[in-house]
Design a protein around this ligand. Sequence first.
Ligand SMILES: NC(=O)c1ccc[n+]([C@@H]2O[C@H](COP(=O)([O-])OP(=O)(O)OC[C@H]3O[C@@H](n4cnc5c(N)ncnc54)[C@H](O)[C@@H]3O)[C@@H](O)[C@H]2O)c1
Length: 353
Amino acid sequence: MPLPDSVLVTGGAGFVGSHAVEYYADRDVDVTAIDNLSRAETLSDADEEQDTALHNWNYITETYPDVDLRELDIRDFDALCDVVAGHDAIVHTAGQVAVTASLEDPRTDFEVNAEGTFNILEAARLADTDPRVVVASTNKVYGDNVNEISVEEHETRYAYDDPEYDRGIPEAFSIDGCEHTPYGTSKLAADLYVQDYAARGVVDAAAFRMSCIYGPRQFGNEDQGWVAHFALSVLRDKPITIFGDGKQVRDLCHVTDLVRAYDAFISDPTADNGVYNIGGGVNNTTSLVEFLELLEEMSGKTANVTYDEWREGDQKVYISDISRAKDALDWEPAIDIETGIERFVEWYESANI
Ligand SMILES: NC(=O)c1ccc[n+]([C@@H]2O[C@H](COP(=O)([O-])OP(=O)(O)OC[C@H]3O[C@@H](n4cnc5c(N)ncnc54)[C@H](O)[C@@H]3O)[C@@H](O)[C@H]2O)c1
């Protein structure tokens, strides 16, 4: 499949965005990356290891000097239109990413996630190049409805107790009549705009409803990115709080697998618009306590864990049904959890952070 000549990556200094930049820059595609560096601010406020804040920005600048990396906010529509012009594709990963922050400041969350994504779609609609657009959506769009599925408790994990979900949660799962959190709502608004523009053929676009994505250059914390948060904490001998009993289950998808899925849509003009659930699927699941055990085995360290109350709305089990992506994009995850964590540890040891 032919790669696009040029790609714009929003949130290019973030975790997922920096991998999208790398994917295309490694393949000699012209890449422009924009970021307002708000994540860097959050990291330098929260993390005493301040050198992590600009890590991904510096990584791109030093490794890929040909990438046009610009400080720009997706809420600035005029500036956005200028930068979108001339690109064949857009990978939109910029976002307000934490549920906790959305509860504290729902307006900013709305402006960045809902209006920011609307700006991307509008800029794409107005561009002469008809760019194909991938939007990083989230499994949180399914809100609290996921908790309506009955679960059974095993020694180290919960599991769905309903054969209807043997393959996980499909795209047709209800998004209605439940709580979402402001983050889930702003991302759902964005997701619906993508569906509308895509269904009317105004823009060729897909919303990728991502579950737990992990990998190198992810600076997770207690609010977002628990896989990296757990891994970094164990490697740095820092304490971890588990909210709930640790038996909650997630499907994990390595970021390089995710970016391959993005490109399967971008590079194939015949790929269907719409919504795709993307995650590790049923073959790549773990509970929090199982994951910690694996980390301990692989690092030779002991996790320092305390337990606290369940967080409101936390899903006991979330597993993506990735059948649609398999069928329509000919995609499936290639990196299992053990290999993915090995790569994370290798990166950590070589990254000097
Ligand atoms: N990592 C995951 O597991 C996961 C799961 C589901 C969905 N997502 C979605 O994927 C996307 C990327 O997540 P990530 O983990 O890479 O997060 P990240 O915080 O590492 O990256 C997001 C980037 O967007 C930038 N940004 C924020 N607001 C901006 C604005 N107004 N203008 C320009 N740039 C802005 C931030 O500075 C940051 O660099 C987000 O939209 C998130 O909601 C991530």
